[in-house]
Write a protein that binds this ligand. Structure first.
Ligand code: PLP
Length: 460
């Protein structure tokens, strides 16, 4: 990086030249939206070019699971780049790093998973998964069985298919999405249940009834798969209601609908278990992984394919020739080397356990500090995920009329105090998903800054 550039010069180029994802483009170009030029990081902290040191309570985009500045991963990347920066993985080619990582991933995946296909992002991995599902049903001679069920408030990426699977209005509006093959069902979001009197178990029954009704309307013979995150992430960090996954899986089995567990956030320890599937007893046919696979030290994702599907894919190539799907950078050696070093570090530092222990502490402390606040409707979480949902009226569970403003103001106040939380994109929800190496003292700091900022912005 050229540190000779003045901050003003970089800031100007930033506004003039750089198209930022998920940003209000006009406000940013006009200089009305904030910018931050990040220069370094260590542990749970990042540093910016203005000399601020911030506790990153969202681990980037819930991806820097091992924390910043891990030299073990940097060295593995460097070694791989010196030895062999790139070779492709088409027609049977591979590298030691990619083969080793596939083996390590399967050791950590649920039983009955058979192979790992490597991509670059959570979005492209889900894109791969949908193609695998369609191919599978074509080989089985069921060309009509193609629709995919996703949940409102699910997040599965922002490509054409994956943006369609995503159940958030912002990702559809003006993009001509969702595509016709995608249908959405009820979000398993107990706090936003339709009837305040419903128990959690009744709400689960309601979600199941909605799913059954959708399958009935569309016809089970037109529906190929159901995709879901074990814990809703970007839609609001919402753990499922009691009994949800067991009940949903029963319905899917009955109608011969495949299950895709999108574990981009929950894979490799975030819930205090190796996977969300292990945590909730989910038996997926396909599993999507990304973020925690390399802790974002290099871009890499994966589609883990279950044994049942794999057999059919093999049959498909016997009947039709080579599998016509691949990216230039599939199984990129540098990403794979980062993945191997990262998973070793997750083990040696005991981060899965730490996520469970410190995550539970963070959630308990947050609930204690804010559970009774007049503008806090819900404090919820699982493992190293926590959310504080703000409401205008706590008793009536009434949300703010202009969603996003209140959470935005609190997040801005928190940054002034040195802690990064994320205002989730739909509603007024403060999201926390720190690196899995968070200490109790750092958890205390997050809670203190959150509570102080809420009081300063909204009163007691
Ligand atoms: N799936 C889930 C559950 C995610 O949270 C995300 C990103 O946040 C994605 C998929 C998409 O991953 P990417 O942004 O790497 O394309």
């Amino acid at each position: 990086m050229n540190k000779m550039l003045t901050n003003d010069q970089l800031a100007q180029w930033d506004r003039e030249s750089f198209f930022h994802p998920s940003t209000h483009l006009a406000q940013f170009a006009r200089g009305e939206a904030p910018q931050r030029i990040v220069t370094g990081g260590e542990g749970v902290f990042i540093e910016d070019r203005d000399g601020n040191r911030l506790l990153d309570a969202f681990a980037g985009l819930y991806c820097v699971n091992v924390g910043y500045g891990r030299t073990e991963i940097a060295e593995a990347i460097s070694k791989q780049a010196h030895e062999l920066a790139y070779y492709h993985a088409y027609v049977g080619h591979g590298t030691e790093a990619a083969i080793t990582l596939a083996h390590m991933v399967l050791e950590r995946a649920p039983a009955n998973m058979s192979k790992v296909y490597f991509g670059l992002s959570g979005s492209d991995a889900n894109e791969t998964n949908i193609k695998l599902v369609w191919y599978y049903n074509n080989i089985l001679g069921r060309p009509e069985k193609k629709k995919i069920i996703s949940r409102w408030r699910g997040y599965h990426g922002s490509g054409l298919m994956t943006g369609s699977l995503t159940g958030l209005g912002l990702f559809h509006k003006k993009f001509d999405l969702p595509l016709a093959q995608v249908i959405h069902t009820e979000a398993p979001y107990y706090f936003r249940r339709p009837d305040a009197e419903m128990t959690e178990a009744q709400f689960t029954a309601h979600c199941v009834a909605e799913l059954e009704a959708l399958i009935d309307r569309e016809g089970a013979d037109t529906i190929a798969a159901f995709i879901g995150e074990p814990v809703l992430g970007t839609g609001g960090l919402v753990p499922p209601p009691e009994g949800y996954w067991a009940a949903i899986q029963e319905v899917l089995k009955k109608h011969d609908i495949l299950l895709i567990a999108d574990e981009v956030v929950t894979g490799f320890g975030r819930l205090g278990s190796m996977t969300g599937s292990e945590h909730y007893g989910i038996e997926p046919d396909l599993m999507t992984i990304a973020k925690g696979l390399t802790s974002a030290y290099a871009p890499l994702s994966g589609s883990i394919v279950g044994e049942r599907m794999w057999k059919v894919l093999e049959r498909g190539t016997d009947e039709n020739g080579a599998f016509g799907h691949g990216w230039t950078y599939s199984a990129h050696p540098i990403g794979a080397a980062a993945g191997v070093a990262n998973l070793k570090l997750v083990d040696s530092l005991g981060l899965v356990d730490n996520a469970g222990v410190v995550g539970a502490y963070l959630n308990a402390q947050m609930t204690e500090a804010l559970g009774e606040h007049s503008r806090v409707g819900d404090v919820r979480g699982e493992g190293m995920m926590c959310a504080v949902e703000l409401v205008e009226d706590r008793q009536a569970r009434r949300h703010y009329e202009q969603p996003g403003k209140t959470a935005g103001a609190i997040v801005a106040k928190m940054v002034e105090k040195g802690v990064i939380a994320r205002a989730m994109p739909q509603g007024d929800i403060l999201g926390f998903a720190p690196p899995l190496c968070l200490s109790q003292a750092e958890a205390d700091r997050i809670v203190e800054v959150t509570a102080d900022s809420i009081r300063e912005v909204l009163g007691d």
